[in-house]
Design a protein around this ligand. Structure first.
Ligand code: TRP
Length: 334
């Protein structure tokens, strides 16, 4: 019933296996996950059940994306020896906790989570399901089942964590008898600059503007060539504005040491966009090459990926079982 006494904080993070991991995931999420392997007691979840809340019509797509996503995590440097990678659907304690917490979760709390209303409008009637409404509760269970203390998330997920804390507080109030049976998790906001896509909007698979980690070098080069730059810089010699250029924003990730020189060349007009793109495409491919090579290795060895997930899932279930015992005792179920 006690919270963790380890000196490293328990970090819990999840990602839905929807496919198409891109440069934005690498810079915004995975780089941070890699550092958590050293600084935290980290749990990384393949949130496949969450993928079903919107993608239930395409189970094979979710299944195919599962190992591929883990292969990308590993290729990016997430170290399974220093962290725990687990499969949500293979930890039945999560769905069990979800059922128990659903008894005390007011529907109105779920209805007022902003993502629910927004996504209903965006995705239409097919997400008008019980499961989709319960998405934030399932997420709260993911975190609570491993006694997660810190959850790295983007701004859009802060409301989910706030909701999760409210449910945990309600549980502890109703059943805790003065004890903190379930842990309230705090968000760790990821304050990175957003990676722009090839069209200047936020990089996203659904906008079709993403440079995928799984793209080959030729595709990457083509995508870089198609990128928009400063629309006022028509030809070499025209002075450009690096601050409005998505290509410039990407340079910051790929080679921060070069950004001063590039900004100067762009502003003075000495550097043209075509030359800049050629140079960038080469550097980007060089930057991604080791990751892509490791990805190819993990892809060619699905048994290794599955063994890593099976091992992490077994370790997660041990923690999860202990938490469920506490929960059931508190609720007088056992
Ligand atoms: N909802 C998260 C997202 O869309 C994914 C997720 C599922 C998650 N379970 C989690 C994130 C638990 C953090 C903790 O990005």
């Amino acid at each position: 019933m006690s919270t963790t006494t380890l000196s490293k904080p328990r970090v819990m993070a999840g990602m839905r296996p929807t496919g198409g991991l891109h440069l934005g995931h690498l810079e915004g999420v995975l780089t941070q996950w890699v550092s958590f392997c050293d600084t935290a007691d980290a749990y990384f979840e393949i949130a496949d059940l969450h993928a079903y809340t919107t993608g239930y019509e395409h189970p094979q797509t979710i299944r195919d994306a599962r190992n591929e996503m883990v292969a990308v995590w590993l290729a990016a440097g997430v170290d399974p020896k220093k962290s725990t990678i687990f499969l949500q659907s293979a930890v039945p304690e999560i769905t069990e906790l979800h059922t128990l917490l659903s008894m005390i979760t007011p529907v109105s709390w779920l209805e007022r989570v902003p993502t629910w209303k927004g996504q209903q409008e965006e995705l239409g009637a097919h997400v008008a399901t019980y499961g989709f409404l319960g998405y934030p509760l399932l997420q709260a269970c993911d975190i609570a089942i491993v006694r997660g203390e810190r959850v790295p998330v983007g701004r859009d997920q802060v409301a989910h964590l706030e909701f999760g804390r409210e449910v945990v507080r309600r549980f502890n109030h109703l059943y805790g008898d003065g004890q903190e049976v379930l842990v309230e998790a705090q968000p760790t906001l990821t304050e990175f600059a957003e990676v722009p896509g090839t069209d200047g909007r936020k990089m996203s698979k659904s906008y079709n503007n993403a440079i995928l980690l799984a793209d080959d070098e030729e595709t990457t080069t083509k995508k870089v060539r198609s990128m928009i730059t400063d629309p006022q810089k028509i030809r070499r010699g025209d002075p450009g504005r690096p601050e409005v250029c998505p290509l410039f924003a990407m340079w910051k990730f790929v080679n921060p040491l070069k950004t001063d020189a590039i900004a100067e060349g762009c502003r003075s007009g000495a550097l043209g966009c075509v030359a800049d793109k050629t140079d960038f495409a080469e550097q980007l491919n060089a930057y991604l090459r080791p990751i892509r090579e490791r990805l190819a290795t993990f892809r060619s060895d699905p048994a290794q990926v599955e063994a890593i997930v099976a091992d992490g899932t077994a370790r997660t279930r041990e923690v999860a079982h202990a938490v469920m015992t506490d929960v059931k005792r508190a609720m007088k179920l056992i």
